[in-house]
Design a protein around this ligand. Sequence first.
Ligand SMILES: [Zn+2]
Length: 116
Amino acid sequence: MKKSTDEEEAPAAEGFRERVRRIAHELLESRRLEVFGQLRFEVVDIEDLALIKGNRIYISMKAKDFPDGVLKYIIAHELAHLAVKRHTKRFWETVGMIYPGYKEHMEEMKRLLNKE
Ligand SMILES: [Zn+2]
């Protein structure tokens, strides 16, 4: 049986949240990044593509139609912020450690955003 949630969600949001969780799981199970505590992933209507607050990672519904590789980059980026706050050299090294080959998908994301 399906677990019920507090609030009813549109099927699109629910499907997207499942996809976000699956991709996050793929990144985390590689154990390239050690995470303490339980992370929560939520899909929300926000202006930014993604943001992290404490152990909660919010992904914008705007990213819903992005391909898996791009979504994986967005999640890897937020996960890297668990270790490094600002976009320093060490930050990008951390993103690369979590998701080798992220650059190509970051470029793809920029192309998709410019198309809007
Ligand atoms: Zn960032």
